[in-house]
Ligand binder design. Structure first.
Ligand code: MRU
Length: 353
């Protein structure tokens, strides 16, 4: 069985469990885990067993349904809602940067508030349906991003991506990888270049794995080799995902993305950010207001190595994301269309459609 035959995130309706591939073990082991408790779901998101903004949103939707379902049917609406919000806030505290987490949780929350006149059992049923809908929409959204993205490139192009915005970060196709998968189906013969993506190696462990499993032509390089690749003229376009886009088009994505954008600008390579509309946060004016997750030093000093690769106790800088300035972004590819600068106006038009 191929890694792409597995569901990245799923709901086991019978067992009332969130089902995920434990991505920390890939590519060496494909382990499917079932989660039913709030702490387990929180840990899975924090530890990146499930990761990537859209997949986190889908997992949060299923997770919220599973946790709400544990609340007693005999409770009054107010009692139910108090417990619901407690669980929602807990899940929301697992990672701060990807807006899809709070977006999915708020969507579930709004549904509960809108149905306060219904019985608790009915509300639970609605929550289940909504969580399944979030996943279905995610698949359609990725496919549409793929079509728009594909219109920006031509057969034989060299495409570079950073981190994993692939099927393992979504429900299917991925966002930044969607044009690559669709192009592959249509015989485009792309040459894909994946950044390794220090420190957690999402590019090496996940992107190069899933794309090569699908039969694409993939080359892996360390993050510091991007400039060399572009200087040699091997890259025609960059496609990256994102975790949150501010109203002015500044986009937060995996640490290292902004460096790729700066290098791409220098070499005149178009830099495309693939962003489902759920990732665009119109409440945030600029990237300065995006909260950047800081992670543990061990991810830089010892994780993935047999022995520590830095002196014990050395100070470590380990932000999980950075913000790419909108001036470096050629276009933002959404499921509703392609947006170019000025992004704030483009987004307003997009959301009015
Ligand atoms: O820390 P991660 O692995 O969750 O970071 C993932 C990324 O930065 C992705 O590029 C982003 O979430 C978009 S996924 C379609």
């Amino acid at each position: 069985m191929n890694i792409l035959d597995y569901e990245t995130v799923d709901l086991n309706e019978e067992k009332k469990a969130l089902v995920i591939i434990d991505q920390t073990l890939l590519p060496n082991e494909t382990k499917i885990i079932e989660l039913t408790e709030a702490q387990e779901i929180w840990d899975a998101i924090y530890l990146l067993q499930v990761r990537g903004a859209p997949a986190i949103g889908v997992a949060a939707g299923f997770g919220m349904y599973i946790l709400a379902d544990k609340i007693d049917d005999d409770k009054s609406f107010d009692e139910f809602y108090m417990e619901f919000v407690e669980k929602k806030d807990f899940l929301n505290s697992s990672r701060p940067t990807a807006v899809n987490l709070s977006w999915a949780l708020n969507r579930m929350d709004n549904l509960v508030k809108l149905n306060s006149d219904k019985s608790i059992a009915e509300i639970k049923e609605l929550l289940k349906k909504e969580s399944i809908k979030i996943k279905e929409e995610d698949i359609a959204m990725c496919k549409s991003i793929g079509e728009y993205g594909l219109s920006l490139v031509k057969p034989g192009d060299g495409l570079l991506t950073h981190c994993n915005a692939g099927q393992l970060a979504t429900s299917k196709y991925g966002t930044a990888t969607a044009p690559m998968y669709l192009g592959h189906e249509r015989g485009y013969n792309f040459k894909i270049f994946c950044d390794e993506t220090r420190p957690l190696l999402q590019g090496a462990r996940l992107t190069s794995y899933e794309l090569s499993s699908a039969g694409l032509d993939v080359t892996l390089q360390c993050d510091n080799m991007v400039s060399s690749l572009m200087k040699e003229g091997k890259i025609n376009a960059v496609f990256v995902g994102c975790d949150r886009v501010a109203a002015n088009g500044d986009a937060a994505n995996k640490i290292g993305t902004s460096g790729v954008a700066i290098i791409a600008k220098h070499y005149g390579v178009p830099f495309y950010v693939c962003a489902p509309s759920s990732t665009i946060d119109m409440n945030i004016k600029t990237g300065d207001d995006i909260v950047i997750e800081q992670r543990k030093p061990e991810e830089v000093t010892s994780m993935w190595y047999e022995k520590p690769m830095a002196p014990e106790g050395v100070k470590v800088y380990n932000p999980a994301f950075d913000v790419t300035d909108n001036s470096l972004i050629t276009a933002i590819v959404t499921e509703k269309g392609i947006v170019r600068a000025p992004f704030d106006e483009g987004f307003k038009e997009l959301f009015s459609k």
